[in-house]
Write a protein that binds this ligand. Structure first.
Ligand code: C2E
Ligand code: MG
Ligand code: MG
Ligand code: MG
Length: 282
């Protein structure tokens, strides 16, 4: 009896979740056709130079009925429905549009784009990407791509071949969320990335947690031994940023510097950051 009661509560919960997922999936298609996506950009600070020339593009979606939606919820659903390929296309197109605006203002900003498992298996991704860049007159070094190790799991051979194509076309590749899931240093031998992003779960409380400090130091050292540069995401306070800088972590990203921002707000942030820096230097 007890078990059955629990089962039915569980059932109701699952049905609601399932309905929400169906609704999100169909609203996503509407957003793809009618608009509703935006990109925010989060600074990635160079710890030794103290400057910022790189940002990560993070997708935002405000739906008229469902309100503000976050990618951790809707990206997995778009992966499931296959709409992720169209979303990635939109993101790439939008980043290129933004790059042209920034170039017109004399700003050289490299943008990192997140790719999903489906993107790594898409036969046409690299050609479309190169076509879009050529059309805009941009070169491949203005874009970086971030992938997670889990995105390579379903078909590692095809995923690695795609990553090699991207690398050979001149795109810099990062292993995102490193340290979570199945990702391990031995995978870095197989997966052709030039950079590792340490997952924020190791960084958020870095200043307080000695175990995190030990783990992060060893990821940085081993990454460096493999010739990779290291990014820390989720840097939320000055103490953590100092530790990471002292340990040679090349790039710092997190709320301590800035949350992801709409493009105009990012420009203001970049100017402020540059002014403070030249103020310190002079
Ligand atoms: P991610 O690529 O690992 O991005 C980092 C996430 O950490 C972002 O969440 C960012 O807002 C958040 N973050 C950055 N600094 C801090 C910090 O100091 N503290 C805390 N607590 N969080 C911080 P967001 O924007 O919600 O994105 C979540 C995930 O959704 C991303 O994780 C990425 O996997 C995925 N995603 C976002 N945009 C796209 C996209 O355009 N395409 C694809 N395929 N995935 C995307
Ligand atoms: Mg990322
Ligand atoms: Mg990450
Ligand atoms: Mg993530």
């Amino acid at each position: 009896e007890q078990a059955r009661a629990t089962a039915s509560v569980y059932q109701i919960g699952m049905d609601e979740l399932h309905l929400r997922q169906i609704r999100i999936t169909s609203r996503l298609q509407l957003a793809l056709h009618k608009g509703g996506f935006e990109l925010n950009y989060q600074p990635k600070v160079d710890s030794s130079a103290g400057d910022c020339k790189q940002v990560e593009a993070l997708l935002r979606w405000r739906d008229a009925e469902m309100g503000q939606m976050f990618p951790d919820e809707f990206i997995p659903l778009a992966e499931h429905s296959g709409d992720i390929l169209l979303i990635t296309d939109w993101v790439i197109q939008e980043v290129i549009r933004q790059q042209l605006i920034w170039l017109g203002k004399g700003r050289y900003i490299t943008v990192s784009i997140n790719l999903s498992a489906h993107d790594l298996l898409s036969k046409t991704l690299v050609d479309r990407l190169l076509g879009q860049l050529a059309h805009a007159g941009l070169e491949s070094h203005c874009l970086h791509f971030e992938i997670t190790e889990s995105a390579t799991i379903s078909d590692p051979v095809a995923a690695i071949a795609q990553l090699e194509r991207l690398r050979d076309a001149g795109f810099r590749l990062s292993m995102d969320d490193f340290g979570t899931g199945y990702s391990s240093l031995s995978q870095l031998k197989l997966i052709p990335v030039q950079e590792v992003k340490i997952d924020k779960s190791f960084i958020l409380k870095l200043d307080e947690q000695e175990t995190d400090q030990r783990l992060v130091r060893s990821i940085i050292d081993m990454g460096h031994n493999l010739g990779l540069s290291i990014v820390a995401e989720g840097v939320e306070n000055e103490a953590s940023s100092r530790l990471l800088t002292a340990w040679g972590c090349e790039y710092l990203q997190g709320y301590w510097y800035s949350k992801p921002l709409p493009p105009e707000a990012l420009e203001i942030w970049l100017d402020d950051f540059e002014n403070k820096r030249s103020g310190v230097l002079s």
